[in-house]
Design a protein around this ligand. Sequence first.
Ligand SMILES: *Cc1c(COP(=O)(O)O)cnc(C)c1O
Length: 412
Amino acid sequence: MRKIPVTIPCFSTEEREMVDKALSSNWVAQGPMVAEFEKAIAAHEGVRNGIATTSCTTALHLALVSLGLKPGMDVIAPSFTFVATVNSIVYTGAEPVLTDIHQDTYNINAGKVEELIENNYTPKNGKLYNKKSGNVLWGVIAVHQFGLCSNIYAINEIAKKYGLKVLEDAACAVGAKIGDKHEGAFGNVSCLSFHPRKSITTGEGGMILTDDDKLATHLRSIRSHGASVAADARHSGKGFLLPEFNEIGYNYRMNDIQAAVGIAQTKKFDWLLETRRQKSLYYDKLIKENLPLLITPKVPDGYYHTYQSYVCMLNYDMLKFNNVESAGDYRNKLLAELEDIGISTRQGTHAVHLLGYYKNKYGYKPQDIPVAYACDRMSITLPLYVQMEDDDQEYVIESIKKLTFKWSSQNA
Ligand SMILES: *Cc1c(COP(=O)(O)O)cnc(C)c1O
């Protein structure tokens, strides 16, 4: 049977040679390769500092801690995102407050953020207080979903107007741009992921980007147990000296074996992103010409989408669904049948307000965040990887067309 996975990473001899170099050096914890990888990514994105971590989840946690998030505070985040975005808020003891997205871009809806602030918070002494819990509103996490930047300028405006902080979850969006500005360079701290589902990978890994040197120093310290002298400085000085520990930190360090893979990936970065983009544009064309019951992802003018995932939506009106739940059943039946013939797909991502922990803790109903709910039930991630041939993509679209045609003629 023909097998089309949802994605596969792209490794060649460079990754193997770099890993061999790391192993041969005997320095396999965080060391010179991590420093080189941090510099390469930060330079590519046009940001002063990169702080590599074990994952984007730990990057988000570190960034929130360093930016002062604590118990008694609220953070606004979109519901339609990977659970880790919201879990990172909970790690600090703060409370997540979920909001909605735009259905065509899957990104946070700035209008909804402002509405939520106006309806649920009262200003006092230059801060915003939650009318129910009394929590102070810290700020917003803007997610750049699937490789497309959110409308970060609108979010920054809201932050300025209300005195809030912004953290960008750019897990999927390394290399994404608005105009010629890369994610990471929009004036906020941002976090990247190098999980194999993302555009470039180190196996597992993440990175925080910031232009603030002082914050970068603090992040490096709490990444490594709160040590106030970096390990490499210690090694170049008197070996017997242990660093001072003045605050609680974590062990969230990337290691040099991972960074070795990352350095090799960075060298073909632009080619990887552009290849994925070209294949996504080919999906756009195939779908527009052959499969109008799928809605292709929208790219606003001036935005450079890197297509970490190619995510489309079932056309609710064309398929004459009665409600979102029955649309979800149809989508799941479609994805199951595709899997049976060897084509792997996924839903885009999940709506966090529908997940057990958050649903039970906050009493969310699906319709409370309706667009996130609809995207949870009707989105489809098509297979995408740089080794994919045109013929593979045509096979995916043909297969969806055949299945949906069969079902509609059965129902006619
Ligand atoms: C993948 C992803 C994460 C988590 O990244 P890890 O590196 O796996 O921890 C966080 N946020 C979003 C939006 C993601 O897609």
